[in-house]
Design a protein around this ligand. Sequence first.
Ligand code: ADP
Ligand code: MG
Length: 364
Amino acid sequence: MTAPDAPRRVLELRGVRKQYGSVVAVDGVDLRLDDGEFLTFLGPSGSGKTTTLMMVAGLQHPDAGTIALNGRDVVRLPAWRRDIGMVFQNYALFPHMSVRRNIAFPLEMRGTATAEADRRVAEILRLIGLPDHGGRLPRELSGGQQQRVALARALVFGPSLLLMDEPLGALDRKLREQLQLEIKRIHRERRTAVLYVTHDQEEALTMSDRIAVFNHGRIEQIGTPEDLYERPATRFVAGFVGESNFFPARVLSVAGGSCELDCPLGRVRAQMRDGVTAGAAAVLAIRPERIRLTAATGDAAGAVAEITDAIYLGNARRCVMRLAGGEACTALEPVQAADAHGLRPGGPVRLSWDSAHAIAFPAG
Ligand code: ADP
Ligand code: MG
C-alpha cells in the first residue's frame, strides 16, 4: 500500500529495449521517475540516451519492455496523446509565428478557449523572464531567448512530464550556465517532473535530483549526484563522473566489504565492488582530491612519488607525479595545503589517503 504522502510515480520503464538493424541502441533499461523529480541521463555519445527519451515521448517504438506514464501503459499510445512536453537542442520554433503564437500553439491544438490561452501565455512569458517579447518573431531573439520560448511552449499546457534533449548544447558556456540555473528555477516553481539529457557531467551534477549514467545502451548506475561521485558502482562511472586515478592491482584478500590489494601504491586497503575476488586482477580508483601530499621524510604510511608537474589552477594546484614503478598519479591540492609544503617538480613527495576513498573494481 502507498503511504498517503508518497510522491506520485510519473514514469516507469521496465526492460525497455531498442535495436536498429544490428545495433542495440537501448539494452534493457529500468527506471522510475516521481512527480516533481529532475532526472538526468548522462553518458557518452551513442550510449542510448536520445533513443530512450524518444521511446518515452512515443516517437520511437520499443522492441521489448513496458513504459507506464501516470500508472498507465503507453507503449501503444501515439506521441500527441501522451501529455508530454519536449525541448530539443535545435529550438524548432515556427519561424513565421510570433513568440506568443508559438507558445499558444499546443493550447490551440488542445482546443483551449482563447481567453484562457491568452492568460496562460502571459503567465508563462513572465515565468521565462520575457514578458514583453510576445510580439516578436523567433529570429528577433537571441539563441538563449529562443530556447526559453521553446521551454515555455513545452510547459504551457501543463504536461505531467517534460523531456529535454541537450537543450543547451548549441549555446556558449556562459549562457549555458545561466540557463541551467534558470531551468532549475522554473522546475522549482512548476514542480513538473523532468527527464533531461546531457553528455556534460558538470551540467548533470548542477541540475539533477538524480542522474542515470548510460553506457552502451544500459544504465550503469542511477543515484543522486553525491551517490555517483562518492560511491561509484562501476569503473565506468568512476571515470565518467569526475576524475579518478586508476591503478592495476591484484587482490590479496577480501573481508566484509573491503579488500587488500597489491598495486603500484604498495599494499592498499580498499572498498570493494561486486566481482572483486581474492587472487584475481582488479582496478583501484582514487580521486585526485582525496590524495594528500606531505614531505617524503621518515617512514609514515603511504607511497612515495616524484613530482613531474605542479600546475597552478587559481583555487587549487594539480600535482602530477611518477610512482616508483613509473606509473603516473594526479593529486589536486587546495592552494593553502600546496603552499605549505612547496610542491616543486623533481622533488619527492609522500601520498596518503583514507581507505574509505579507495575503491576496488573488478578488472576487465
Ligand atoms: P545518445 O543520445 O546517447 O548519443 P542515441 O540514442 O542517439 O545515443 O544512439 C544510440 C545508438 O543507436 C547509436 O549507436 C546510434 O548510432 C544508434 N541510432 C540512433 N538512432 C538511430 C536510427 N534512427 N537508426 C539507426 N541507428 C540509430
Ligand atoms: Mg543524443
